[in-house]
Design a protein around this ligand. Structure first.
Ligand code: SF4
Length: 292
């Protein structure tokens, strides 16, 4: 069993962001599921891992020396609070819940939290869905996407510029793929089939570009690719194995001018009229559109 535990620990050391059961079985294919359960239970008892939830699956992250050190000389209150925060994983715990479960007075709890924060044992993270709410979690954990809002949010604000860049780059990749198989000597049907790109290919392209500070998962790439489909710039299909694929398409008819008129997305449309401060006659958006 010691040998199995060491192998699991090695996999965890190579993946500092954490490992799932699937990662372990993929890295150690000879491992039986009963052996995995026993080994993981022992490693958890020995407090080798921090446990947290990521997209519905359980992730084990090797405890760092610093997180063990953090509670070494801590007093009882700090240990209680630290354990409550640790239990909450990467979804974190609200200060009110810590207070209710620890029975500590407000001022005492604030002092304990400050002390743990200064030791870099825990950190406070703002919730994307409640601007005044922050949750506490262990310092070395990456917050769950339900807390940060995922890749599309930067400091609680929707990062429109980032989404636009991803949109452009995904389309560029699909266009490059379509261009590379144009005039395929094996015929248009084969060319059409080869112009499809898998989500994994687009994901790899975006990762290799290095434009995203966070690692985009397949679902996030699909979200971007679907916006291209809704905009009529791409179409999707499904491979026999059930995976989704996308290809760039050229619109057969150019969009009618009325669709492109800026008023459709103008934030001032409710204040705009033929008289007053905001009028189509003085509108820069309209002037730019007419000049195109
Ligand atoms: S005319 Fe200009 S200001 Fe008025 S709704 Fe259209 S884009 Fe907006």
């Amino acid at each position: 069993m010691d040998e199995i535990k060491e192998k699991i620990l090695n996999v965890a050391r190579q993946n500092p962001k954490g490992i799932s059961d699937n990662d372990i079985t993929a890295a150690i294919p000879e491992l039986q599921s009963a052996e995995l359960v026993t080994a993981m239970n022992e490693l958890l008892k020995q407090e080798c891992f921090d446990l947290f939830n990521q997209g519905g699956s359980l992730i084990y992250r090797l405890k760092t020396q610093s997180s063990k050190q953090a509670v070494k000389g801590a007093d009882n209150e700090e240990k209680v609070v630290y354990n409550l925060i640790q239990e909450s994983g990467n979804k974190g715990i609200w200060i009110r819940d810590i207070r209710l479960r620890s029975n500590l007075a407000n001022t005492q709890l604030t002092k304990v939290l400050k002390s743990l924060e200064s030791k870099k044992a825990i950190k406070a993270v703002k919730c994307v869905n409640a601007s005044k709410k922050k949750v506490y979690m262990l310092y070395n954990l990456e917050p769950d996407r339900s807390i940060t809002g995922g890749a599309w949010y930067q400091d609680q604000d929707f990062d429109l510029e980032f989404v636009d860049i991803l949109n452009i780059q995904c389309l560029r990749f699909l266009n490059q793929r379509a261009d590379s198989v144009k005039n395929n000597p094996r015929g248009p049907i084969v060319g059409r089939t080869q112009s499809y790109a898998t989500v994994a290919e687009v994901q790899k392209y975006i990762t290799d570009l290095g434009i995203s500070k966070v690692q985009l998962d397949a679902e996030e790439v699909i979200t971007i690719l679907n916006t291209l489909v809704y905009d009529g710039k791409a179409e999707s299909s499904v491979y026999p194995d059930g995976s989704k694929v996308y290809r760039a398409i050229e619109s057969l008819i150019p969009p009618p001018g009325l669709v492109e008129v800026p008023c459709g997305v103008c934030p001032l449309i409710h204040k705009c009229s033929s008289q007053g401060l905001i009028t189509p006659q003085d509108c820069n958006y309209i002037t730019e559109w007419l000049d195109q």
